[in-house]
Design a protein around this ligand. Sequence first.
Ligand code: NDP
Length: 293
Amino acid sequence: MLAEIIDGAAVARKIRGDVADQCAMLATRGIVPGLTVVLVGEDPASAVYVRNKEKASVEAGMKSETIRLPASTTQEELLALVDRLNGDRAVHGILVQMPLPKHIDPQTVIRRISPAKDVDGFHPVNVGKVLIGEKDGFAPCTPAGVQVLLAEAGVETAGRHAVIIGRSNIVGKPMASLLIQPGPGGDATVTICHSRTNDLAWHVKRADIVIAAVGRPEMVTGDMVRSGAVVIDVGINRIADPSAKSGTRLVGDVHYESVRQVASRITPVPGGVGPRTIAMLRRNTVRAAEQQV
Ligand code: NDP
C-alpha cells in the first residue's frame, strides 16, 4: 500500500478563503483585523517566517505590521512595547516571535500579552481554556492546524488512538489538549511520548494516528508504524544534501519513503503541516478582532 498524501497547501488555501470572507464581512463594519508581530534580534529563520506571515496577512485583507527591535533590546523595553500594543485598539493580535535573545525571559513576555490578543495561544489563560475546552480561547497555531488538517482530510479522530511524539508547549501538549476534547476533531485516546519514553516504537506501532513533533530528522521509520495508520509530520529539519543546489534540504521527523509504504495517509515535508500554521494565525487574528469589537 502506498499512502495517500494529505495536501496541506490545499487545506491552507481553504482556510485563507474563509479568512478573506470573514475580513470582507468585518470590512463592511469598518473593522480591519490587525496583527502585530514583534521580532527581536536577527534570527534568520524567524525573519523568513515573519516575512511570510506579513505577506499572507496583507493578502487576506488584514493589517499586518512587523516591529523589528535590535538584539540589545532590554526586557523592560520589550514589556513596555507589549503594554502599548495591548492598549492599541487597532491591534487585535500580538505575536512576539520566539526565540528571544538569551537575556529576555520568554514566559515573562508571553504572560504580559493580553490573553484576548494572544493569537499564538501561549498565554497560560489560553493554555487553560484549550485544556478546559472553552471555545473563546486561542489554541496554538500548529496543533490547531493539525486538527483542521485531519478534519479536512476526513480522518476520524473519535475513538481512535493518537500517539503524539513530543511534549513541547508549542506542539505536543496542546495537540493532546485538542484531541482529547469531546466533540468534532476530538474524542481521541491520546498517548504522549517524549525522550524518556521506554520503547517508543512499541507505542507508535499501536497508533491509528501518529503525530511526530520531535525535531529529529526522519526518526519515525516504516517499521515503527502500523499498516493503515495516518501519519502527520510536524517536523521541519534542514539536513545536508550534496545533490541539492543549496547543499541542504528540508525533511520532517518521519522517514517519508519507508512510512509511505505502510501508512494510509501521510503529510509531506515541506507542503504538509507548515503552510497551515500561518493560515491558522490569520484565523485566530480575525477571531480576536470579532471578539474585541
Ligand atoms: P521541542 O524541541 O520543543 O520538543 C521536542 C520534543 O521531542 C520534546 O518533548 C522531546 O522530549 C521529544 N524528543 C526528543 N528526542 C526524542 C526521542 N528520541 N524520542 C522521543 N521523543 C523525543 O520541539 P518543538 O515541539 O518546538 O518542535 C518539534 C518539531 O516540529 C521541530 O522539527 C520543529 O521544527 C517543528 N515545528 C514545526 C512547525 C510547523 O509549523 N510545521 C511549528 C513548530 C515546530 P523531552 O521533552 O523529553 O525533551
